[in-house]
Design a protein around this ligand. Structure first.
Ligand code: NAD
Length: 486
């Protein structure tokens, strides 16, 4: 396995790289090979405490929140440039850490850069209002930084999701403590180190990987945090929200999904097949917004599924660093979960139209591979249509008309994204208004990272919004000042 240069292995607390308080470490595994990629300090509750204390001092010193917003913006822009300058090295590290294809990892690094660029541009445009009251009164609002933002990050898009939360929080003048997933912490640690090189004052951005049960829980339940952004599963999200509630800390919840792509018979089939495949197989299906349900108009079913199966079967699966069409699953445990879901689907009456097992050509590898898989003849209430599998498995469901499509699309505890594929603008608009999801795409899906577009869930997919200008609401609080001058 090729070595990655300058691997950060310590925690980043108060501007310095440190060992964990009890000197324990975690071995981070490269899912493409099963080999140990690096050994990383395992943050403890005491380390979280130290990081929150450093963030507190940084807020008190006004070294960040108290400087000109334009200067904050310039430092964030520098960060964007630094990420772009280091794209090759960071993409390689992300690919080895998470397993994703190298070109996807490059995209992720560029999207991370775009977050710093976008919010760098916004830092000096976070404005309040004046509110007309009565003669003799001046009333205005100011949007102040909310304080210390605690951010708990999953393993599936480590650099993108870290940047998605860090950049708007920093733009607003907050200090941040990030707890990356212990399965893929490498690029979040790099972000912390690079931010210091860009002139971010010590303590403003602290990065403490560690277990969810210890470091994650210590952060979520910490009395001195002022805000929490959690990205992960519904189950952990509920636990974390309860911890934050004990301290009346507001939470942004970015949770799971079972997003539908609704394909009508009049859609451009060639384009739609490719996009529907990409929506589920990107990142081996380990994407919160994966298009994991295909709702296909019954009269187009045979033709569409045949083309989709041909596409899926041709996809190259292999080590991320070789830049295949699809890389491995993050861990053996997750691979086994996916296999179990395929079995459950078959027992429920689904038919495997492509894939369905580990790829034969990788049987000698110690990596965690699964084939791009289509489960056909799925009924809307089957478990494989309802539960988030978090793997390259697409559940295919028929519908006859728009009414039925809308009902099936909404028959889910989740509501993160939806895609609608049709040449008929009336059908597109009708579904866009009826589908209960935070983002609806028509004849496209996702949008190159979608940095500018508000993103978040309906129902159990979460609450609060990240991305775009909306995200700033989570990292600022509004103060109203009312003056009687006559
Ligand atoms: P997870 O919920 O297992 O873990 C997420 C994070 O929470 C990790 O950093 C983990 O260490 C931490 N954690 C675990 N237990 C904790 C506890 N008791 N207290 C505090 N923190 C704890 O999720 P995962 O497996 O890392 O990621 C996959 C899930 O994330 C999927 O459900 C996916 O849909 C979701 N996700 C959502 C979004 C979004 O933006 N909506 C994006 C990516 C992933």
């Amino acid at each position: 396995m090729a070595a990655v240069t300058q691997r950060p292995e310590g925690l980043i607390i108060d501007g310095v790289v440190v060992e964990s308080s009890d000197r324990t470490t975690t071995a981070v595994v490269n899912p493409s090979t099963g080999d140990v990629l690096a050994t990383v300090a395992k943050g403890t509750a005491a380390d979280i405490d130290a990081a929150v204390a450093a963030a507190h001092r940084a807020m008190e010193s006004k070294a960040w929140g108290g400087i000109a917003p334009a200067e904050r913006g310039r430092i964030l822009q520098r960060m964007a440039q630094k990420l772009r300058d280091r794209v090759d090295e960071l993409a390689r590290l992300e690919s080895e850490d998470n397993g994703k294809p190298l070109s996807q990892a490059r995209t992720d690094v560029n999207v991370a850069a775009r977050y710093f660029e976008f919010y760098g541009g916004v830092a000096d445009k976070i404005m309040g209002h004046t509110i007309p009251l009565s003669p003799g009164f001046l009333d205005y609002t100011v949007r102040e930084p909310i304080g210390i933002s605690a951010q708990i990050v999953p393993w599936n898009y480590p650099i993108q999701i870290s940047a998605r939360g860090i950049a708007p929080a920093l733009a607003a003048g907050c200090a941040v403590v990030v707890k990356p997933s212990s399965e893929a912490p490498m690029t979040a640690l790099r972000l912390g180190a690079l931010a210091l090189e860009c002139g971010l004052p010590p303590g403003v951005l602290n990065v403490v990987p560690g277990s969810g049960a210890e470091a994650g829980a210590a952060l979520a339940s910490h009395r001195d945090i002022n805000q929490l952004t959690f990205t992960g599963s519904v189950e952990v999200g509920i636990a974390v929200a309860k911890m934050a509630a004990d301290n009346v800390v507001p939470v942004v919840m970015e949770l799971g999904g079972k997003s539908p792509n609704v394909v009508f018979a009049d859609a451009d089939m060639e384009v739609t097949v490719k996009m529907v495949a990409n929506a589920i197989f990107q990142n081996a299906g380990q994407t919160c917004s994966a298009g994991s349900r295909l709702l296909i108009e019954r009269k187009a079913h045979a033709q569409f599924v045949e083309q989709l199966a041909a596409h899926a079967t041709k996809m190259r699966v292999g080590p991320g660093i070789d830049d295949p069409d699809m890389g491995p699953i993050i861990s053996r445990r997750q691979l086994e979960t996916i296999e179990q879901y395929v079995e459950i689907g078959k027992q429920e009456g689904a038919e495997v139209a492509a894939g369905g097992s580990r790829p034969a050509h990788l049987s000698a590898s110690r990596g965690f591979y699964f084939q791009p898989t289509l489960l056909d003849r799925v009924k809307p209430d089957m478990r494989v249509a309802q539960e988030e599998i978090f793997g390259p498995v697409l559940a295919i469901i028929d519908f006859d008309d728009l009414e039925e499509a809308a009902a099936i699309a909404n028959r889910s505890q989740y509501g993160l994204l939806a895609g609608v594929w049709t040449r008929d603008i009336n059908k597109a608009l009708a579904l866009a208004s009826r589908i209960k999801a935070g983002q609806v795409y028509v004849n496209t899906y996702g949008a190159g990272g979608g940095v500018e577009l508000p993103f978040g869930g309906y129902k159990k997919s979460g609450y609060g919004r990240e991305k775009g200008l909306e995200a700033l609401n989570s990292y600022t609080q509004v103060k109203n000042v009312c003056i009687r001058y006559a």
